[in-house]
Design a protein around this ligand. Structure first.
Ligand code: GAR
Length: 217
């Protein structure tokens, strides 16, 4: 049985689209049962509808600071569709600790940096200002702290001297689209387990690749 997944978005939805594409494969262990946006103007909604995925809008704005009120409506929608796993994909609304606790181990997020470096806003600018030579993207389990939690998967790119936030963001986005479906696959197949603050991967292949940048010849 495929695991039933809800993708939560607030905007463009390119990670959502990558997840929908991957889940269309017959052997993918999860199905995207619904895309839920907290904004009616999210561009991703149309993309999801065009892919034939059910979409729902639950606007968070009318709830103001009443996070629990918004979450009650969200939870009802998730229950109504028998959702087992949540993927946050550019979902720009903080959850209460209670909601996060309820979904702990079943809710993933993606962030465009190698966490725990550069959480929060402008991660690409943060990376460039720090002068790191490698950056990337992280899929992690959601905990109450923003852009933190047990790390499921990361992918790295080199950072060039002449990079701009936009150029770096575009290359990292390519990595995001690869690792988010892979991380969801691991979770849906029960190939990850939580050990305290850490996520371990069962049946992990031994990889001894290194990335060194810059290289001089
Ligand atoms: C993605 O780059 C995602 O990693 C980032 O928002 C973008 C959403 O793009 N998320 C965060 O920064 C979370 N703190 P998308 O709507 O095209 O997937």
């Amino acid at each position: 049985m495929k695991r039933r997944v809800a993708i939560l978005i607030s905007g463009r939805g390119s990670n959502m689209a990558a997840l929908i594409r991957a889940a269309a494969a017959p052997d993918f262990p999860a199905e995207i049962a619904v895309v839920i946006s907290n904004r009616a103007d999210a561009a991703g909604l149309q993309k999801a509808a065009e892919s034939g995925v059910a979409v729902e809008v639950i606007e968070s704005k009318p709830f103001g600071k009443d996070r629990a009120g918004f979450e009650a409506k969200l939870q009802a929608a998730l229950d109504a569709r028998g959702i087992e796993l949540i993927c946050l994909a550019g979902f720009m609304r903080l959850f209460t600790a209670e909601f996060v606790q309820r979904w702990y181990g079943r809710m993933l997020n993606i962030h465009p940096s190698l966490l725990p470096s550069f959480p929060g806003l402008d991660p690409h600018g943060q990376a460039l200002r720090a002068g790191v030579k490698l950056s990337g993207a992280t899929v992690h389990f959601v905990i109450p702290e923003t852009d933190a939690g047990p790390i499921v998967m990361q992918g790295a790119v080199v950072v060039r001297d002449d990079d701009t936030p936009d150029a770096l963001s575009e290359r990292i986005l390519g990595v995001e689209h690869r690792i988010y479906p892979e991380a969801l696959k691991l979770l849906a197949r029960d190939q990850v387990r939580l050990e305290g603050d850490l996520c371990r991967t069962k049946a992990a292949e031994q990889a001894d690749q290194v990335m060194i940048w810059p290289m001089v010849s």
